[in-house]
Design a protein around this ligand. Structure first.
Ligand SMILES: Nc1ncnc2c1ncn2[C@@H]1O[C@H](COP(=O)(O)OP(=O)(O)OP(=O)(O)O)[C@@H](O)[C@H]1O
Length: 300
C-alpha cells in the first residue's frame, strides 16, 4: 500500500505540493490526473524516493521510501522518458535487473517473449520509442513488484500493445495484490483500468473518487412536462446541473437513483428517462467551480 500524508514540497519560495494526502490500497489502480504543472512528476519523485519531502509522510507498506533501497527494490517505476544503458541488449539489461531485484523471475521473462515480439539480443537504445516502452514493461513485470508507478504509461504503445500491457498489469493487481499509481493527463485513458481517480491541481488532490461509487451515485435524467415545469422542482443540493428548454428539463443529480425517480414522479412529468452518463460528464459536474482549466486539459 502506498500512503502519502500531509506531503509538502517547495522549490525556493514556490510551493509545488501542498499538504497532499493520497492512498493506493493493495490490489488497486489509482489514476492520478492533472494539468501541466500540477505537481504529478514531483509527487512521483517522492513516491520513487528521488526527492525528500519538506514535510509529511511518504511510505510503502508503512516503510519510508526515501533512501530505503529495500523498499525501492519492490517497486517498479516506468517514467515517461525511459533510460537504458547504451551498450546493453535486452538480455543483458535483464541480467542487470536480475542482480538488483531480489524477486526477479527468469521464467516470466521467457514466457513474456510471447507477448513482446522483440528479439532479446537487440540493443535496447536502438529500438523504437514504443518498443523501448514494451521492454520497460517486460522487464518491470519480471521484477515481481509490489508497487508500480507509471507515468503516462501507454504513450507510444499501439492500441493492441496497450491492451496487452494493461492485461498483464491488471492480472498482477488481482493475483499478487500489486498497488499501481498511474499518472496521466487524460481521463479516457484511465477510466477502463483504474478503480480510484484523484485530480491534482496546484499541488493538492482536489477531487478523489472511487469509480464504482461515482458511477452509481450520479445520474442524468430527461423530463418533459405537459405544462410549465412546477415551481421549485428538485432544487436541492443533490442537483449538480440543470438545463431547461421550454418544458423539457435535463438534470444531473447525485443520490440514490430510485429515490430520485420517486421524487420526480410526484411532479407528474409526461416523460421521465434515465440517460447514460459518461465518467467524463461526471467529472465535469463534480469539478464544478474548480473545473475551469482542468476540464479543458484532462477531459479534452
Ligand atoms: N526542480 C525544480 N525546481 C523548481 N521548480 C520545479 C522543479 N520541479 C518542478 N518544478 C515546478 O513545480 C511545478 C510542478 O511541476 P511537475 O513537473 O511536478 O508538474 P506535472 O504535473 O508533472 O506537469 P506535466 O504534466 O507538465 O508533466 C511546475 O511549476 C514546475 O516548474
Amino acid at each position: 500500500m502506498i500512503e502519502v500524508q500531509k506531503l509538502t514540497k517547495s522549490f525556493g519560495k514556490y510551493k509545488v505540493l501542498d499538504d497532499l494526502n493520497l492512498r493506493v490500497n493493495k490490489a488497486s489502480v489509482y489514476g492520478l490526473l492533472g494539468p501541466n504543472g500540477a505537481g504529478k512528476t514531483t509527487l512521483i519523485k517522492h513516491l520513487t524516493g528521488l526527492y525528500r519531502q519538506d514535510q509529511g509522510i511518504v511510505t510503502i507498506d508503512s516503510q519510508p521510501i526515501y533512501e530505503n533501497s529495500e523498499v525501492k527494490s519492490q517497486m517498479v517505476y516506468i517514467p515517461d522518458d525511459l533510460y537504458f544503458f547504451s551498450q546493453y541488449s535486452i538480455d543483458e539489461t535483464a541480467k542487470f535487473y536480475a542482480n538488483i531485484y531480489p524477486e526477479w523471475n527468469w521464467n516470466r521473462y521467457e514466457q513474456l517473449k510471447q507477448v513482446f515480439p522483440i528479439d532479446s539480443k537487440r540493443r535496447v537504445v536502438k529500438l523504437s520509442k514504443g518498443m523501448q516502452k514494451q521492454v520497460a514493461f517486460w522487464l518491470g513485470i519480471c521484477t515481481m513488484p509490489r508497487v508500480m508507478i507509471l507515468d503516462e504509461p501507454v504513450d507510444g504503445l499501439d492500441p493492441v500493445m496497450r491492451k496487452k500491457v494493461w492485461n498483464l498489469i491488471l492480472q498482477d493487481v488481482a493475483e499478487r495484490q500489486v498497488s499501481v499509481l498511474v499518472s496521466s493527463h487524460n481521463l479516457r485513458e484511465l477510466e477502463d483500468v483504474c478503480d480510484h481517480i484523484g485530480i491534482l491541481h496546484h499541488g493538492k488532490i482536489v477531487v478523489e473518487r472511487e469509480l464504482d461509487d461515482m458511477k452509481s451515485d450520479v445520474h442524468k435524467f430527461q423530463l418533459a412536462f405537459s405544462a410549465e415545469i412546477p415551481e421549485g422542482f428538485l432544487e436541492g443540493p443533490e442537483v449538480l446541473h440543470r438545463t431547461q428548454t421550454g418544458s423539457i428539463l435535463l438534470l444531473i443529480a447525485r443520490g440514490d437513483k430510485h429515490e430520485l425517480l420517486q421524487k420526480m414522479k410526484l411532479a407528474n412529468p409526461v416523460i421521465l428517462d434515465v440517460l447514460p452518463l459518461t465518467l467524463e460528464e461526471i467529472f465535469i459536474y463534480e469539478l464544478g467551480g474548480i473545473g475551469y482549466d482542468i476540464q479543458n486539459t484532462i477531459l479534452e
